[in-house]
Design a binder for this molecule. Structure first.
Ligand SMILES: [Zn+2]
Length: 270
């Protein structure tokens, strides 16, 4: 028994088979990440080729056989062609899609994650904001959407937000000011073990401005998530180091696409 259906979504991963068939991982708002078989799309003659490309946001019409989706036809809504005009854009898009793939699943509603990814790809493809800003804002908000929201209201011990140097205690999702951090380290001298902050904890240093940026991207409406500015390059560096450490530590893994993005960026700087 075949059922016809259609849904809007973004292709976040493709897997090519030897017979010109292609499996598409499509992120949708209503059904989360679904797998759609696109027959013959990997040859240029396939009728569904246009919509079967990585980073294409489109409408997908398919047959359903049990839990299996087979693409019938489709039309691109926003193909993000401009991503492929620049290697750094393309590498960053690959990383954002890899993170999205990791954080989503079939059957889990993913409207906010889809909007975050679409807004990010839109910003990257049009160079609307610096790539470092988009990457960092995406990382923090993706972590928040996945249930890892940190408490950024103040130092977890004394409540202070005024301290010149704060740390993001990554695995506990909390802020610690440098004074409380040192006090605790001293009071535990000789024991080798801290009560609340253990040596093994991952601490990301923050300035007041980078901390304010973290708070902004965690809470701002997704449409306005990139509308902030860190003028000082050191503030931006602390902010983006914290978001990357935060996301990867909570996911417990790294990404080849991220290493590649950093390596190529470095290359073009030299
Ligand atoms: Zn404190």
């Amino acid at each position: 028994m075949q059922q016809h259906d259609s849904i809007d979504g973004l292709v976040v991963r493709v897997r090519d088979m030897a017979n010109h068939d292609r499996y598409l991982s499509v992120l949708t708002a209503e059904r989360g990440r679904i797998t759609v078989l696109s027959k013959g799309s990997h040859s240029l003659k396939g009728a569904q080729t246009a919509v079967s490309q990585l980073y294409t946001y489109g409408n997908f019409e398919f047959y359903r056989r049990g839990s299996f989706y087979i693409l019938k036809s489709g039309s691109p809504i926003h193909p993000f062609y401009a991503l492929s005009m620049d290697i750094d854009r393309l590498n960053l898009a690959a990383y954002l899609c890899d993170v999205t793939y990791e954080l989503t699943d079939e059957g889990e509603e993913a409207g906010d994650m889809l909007r975050l990814l679409l807004n990010s790809l839109y910003a990257v493809s049009g160079d609307r904001y610096p790539q470092e800003t988009v990457k960092a804002a995406f990382e923090m908000r993706a972590a928040v959407l996945s249930g890892y929201a940190p408490d950024l209201s103040g130092c977890t011990f004394c409540g202070s937000l005024e301290a010149e140097s704060l740390y993001l205690d990554v695995m506990n999702g909390a802020l610690v000011c440098s004074e409380c951090l040192h006090k605790r380290a001293r009071s535990n001298d000789g024991h080798g073990v801290y009560d609340d902050i253990r040596e093994a904890d991952i601490l990301a240093p923050l300035s007041p401005a980078s901390c304010a940026a973290l708070r902004y991207v965690s809470e701002a409406p997704i449409e306005r998530i990139f509308s902030f500015e860190l003028k000082d390059t050191e503030d931006l560096r602390l902010f983006s180091a914290a978001t990357q450490t935060y996301l990867l530590s909570h996911l417990g893994r790294g990404f080849d696409s991220l290493n590649f993005y950093h390596a190529m960026k470095q290359d073009t700087k030299d």
